[in-house]
Write a protein that binds this ligand. Structure first.
Ligand code: ATP
Length: 420
C-alpha cells in the first residue's frame, strides 16, 4: 500500500522509519519531511494544513493511508476532509481533536465521565479569574484554553505569578487561544505519558514514556518541546495502566462516542501519579515528540499493522507484540534554544554512525544544502538507543551523541536520570 505521513519532525522520521520496515508498505511519502526522512521516504512539498492540497496529492499518488503527525492539521479538519474523500486516515476528526485543542472541553468530558483530574474553573474575563485565584491561593495552574504550543500554561507558585498569567492571556499574548482561561488545582506527583490507540470504540495501549521538558540538567530552566525521553516509564506500572484504562481512557472514549464525536487515532494521556493513583493532566491527540521516537524504536514495523487496524476500526482483532526492551532518546538542539538560536550550522559525521534496530539518529530540523547537512530548527536531532535495559539504551544513545560532530548544538547529559 501507498502511505503518506504528514509532518516534518523527529516524530515523523521515527514513524516513517518504522512503517518503512513493514512489507505492507510500498511507496512512502512524507510531507513536508526533512533531510533525515529523505533516507526512508520521498519528501513532498505540500501545505499540510490545506485540505484540498492533501486530498489532491493523495489522488495523484494513489495514497491508501494517511498518517497525521502533528495536531495542527487535525484541528484544521484535514482528517475529516480525507475521510470525506474516501481516503483511509489515522487521526481524529476536528471535533474529537478538541480533546487537545480545548482544555475546557477536556475538563467537561472528564466531569461527564467522572475521570480523575484536577479541580477546575473556566473564565472569559480577567476580573472574576483574578478573584478566583485570590480565593483559592497558590500554588495554582493557569492555562490559555486553546493551542499555544506548550507555552500557554503557567504553574504559579505565588498568587502574583498566577495573576500575571491572567493578565498576559487576556492581554492577547496567545491570540484566540487565550479567549478563555482554565484555572486548575495544582497537582503534585510524578508525570508520565501513556499512549493508547483508539478506533472510536476499542482501545489498545501501545506504551508508556517519560520526557524531560526543561532545557537544563536536573530538569531546570525554561520549558522546551522536549529534550529527551525514555520508554517504558517505570512509574506507570501495569496496575496503574489498568487503573488509567478503567477510570480515565475507556470512560473518555465512551463519552466521546456518546456525544457523536468518536475518537480515532492515538490518545496521549499526560498523567500525574501520586500514592498509586493517577490523575489526568491533559490529553494530546497525536504522538508526542520525542516520545514517538522511543515508542517507534520499541514497536518497529508492527506499528503499521496497528495503525491500519485503528484506521479500519479493527483494533479488537489485534494485539501488540511486546518485547522486554527499553529505549531512550537524547535531543540535540541548536545552541540558544529555546531562546534565539542560529540556523544553518553544519552537522558532520552522521553518515558514519550505525543505523539499526538498536541505534537511530532521527532528524527533527535538518536540510541538505550544497551537499552538507545543516540545522534548520531549534530541536534538530534525536539520538535514540534501544537495549535490554534502560542502562544499555542510555549507553547506546549517548554513544551516538558522541559520534556527532556539531559544534552549533548541545544536549542534556542526564536524560533518564530519574529512572536510572
Ligand atoms: P505541553 O504541550 O507542554 O504538553 P500544554 O500546553 O498542552 O503543554 P499541559 O500539558 O496542560 O499544557 O501543561 C503543561 C505542563 O504543566 C504539564 O506537563 C505539567 O507539568 C504542568 N501542569 C499542567 N497542569 C497541571 C496541574 N493541574 N498541576 C500541576 N502541574 C500541571
Amino acid at each position: 500500500m501507498n502511505i503518506l505521513i504528514l509532518g516534518s519532525g523527529g516524530r515523523e522520521h521515527a514513524l516513517a522509519w518504522a512503517i518503512r520496515q513493514n512489507p505492507k508498505c510500498d511507496r512512502l511519502f512524507v510531507a513536508p519531511g526533512n533531510a533525515g526522512i529523505e533516507n526512508v521516504a520521498r519528501c513532498a512539498a505540500l501545505d499540510i494544513l490545506s485540505r484540498s492540497a492533501v486530498i489532491g496529492f493523495c489522488e495523484e499518488n494513489a495514497i491508501d493511508l494517511v498518517v497525521v503527525g502533528p495536531e495542527a492539521p487535525l484541528a484544521a479538519g484535514v482528517a475529516d476532509a480525507l475521510r470525506g474523500a474516501g481516503i483511509l486516515v489515522f487521526g481524529p476528526s476536528a471535533a474529537a481533536a478538541a480533546l487537545e485543542a480545548s482544555k475546557s472541553f477536556t475538563k467537561e468530558v472528564c466531569d461527564a465521565c467522572d475521570a480523575p483530574t484536577a479541580a477546575w474553573a473556566r473564565f472569559a474575563e480577567a476580573g472574576p479569574a483574578r478573584d478566583y485565584i485570590r480565593a483559592q491561593g497558590a500554588p495554582i495552574v493557569v492555562k490559555a484554553d486553546g493551542l499555544a504550543a506548550g507555552k500557554g500554561v503557567t504553574v504559579a507558585m505565588t498568587e502574583a505569578e498566577a495573576i500575571d498569567a491572567i493578565d498576559r492571556i487576556f492581554g492577547g499574548e496567545f491570540g484566540d487561544a487565550g479567549a478563555e482561561v482554565v484555572i486548575e488545582e495544582f497537582m503534585e506527583g510524578e508525570e508520565a505519558s501513556f499512549f493508547i490507540l483508539c478506533d472510536g470504540t476499542d482501545c489498545l495501549p501501545i506504551g508508556t514514556a517519560q520526557d524531560h521538558k526543561r532545557v537544563g540538567e536536573g530538569d531546570t530552566g525554561p520549558n522546551t518541546g522536549g529534550m529527551g525521553a525514555y520508554s517504558p516509564a517505570p512509574v506507570l506500572t501495569q496496575e496503574i495502566q489498568d487503573q488509567v484504562m478503567a477510570r480515565i481512557v475507556r470512560p473518555t472514549i465512551a463519552e466521546m462516542a456518546r456525544r457523536g464525536t468518536p475518537f480515532q487515532g492515538v490518545l496521549y494521556a499526560g498523567l500525574m501519579i501520586k500514592d498509586g493513583e493517577a490523575r489526568l493532566v491533559e490529553y494530546n491527540v497525536r504522538f508526542g515528540d520525542p516520545e514517538c521516537q522511543v515508542l517507534m524504536m520499541r514497536l518497529g514495523a508492527q506499528i503499521l499493522d496497528l495503525i491500519l487496524a485503528c484506521a479500519e476500526g479493527r483494533l479488537a482483532e489485534v494485539d501488540v507484540n511486546w518485547s522486554d526492551d527499553h529505549a531512550l532518546t537524547v535531543v540535540l538542539a541548536a545552541k540558544g534554544y529555546p531562546g534565539d538560536y542560529e540556523k544553518g550550522s553544519v552537522i558532520a559525521r552522521l553518515d558514519a554512525l550505525p543505523e539499526d534496530s538498536a541505534h537511530m539518529v532521527f532528524h527533527a530540523g535538518t536540510a541538505r544544502r550544497e551537499g552538507q547537512l545543516v540545522a534548520t530548527g531549534g530541536r534538530v536531532l534525536a539520538a535514540t538507543g534501544r537495549g535490554a535495559s534502560l542502562t544499555e539504551a542510555h549507553a547506546r544513545a549517548y554513544a551516538l551523541v558522541e559520534g556527532i560532530d556539531w559544534p552549533g548544538g548541545f544536549c542534556r547529559r542526564d536524560i533518564g536520570w530519574r529512572a536510572l
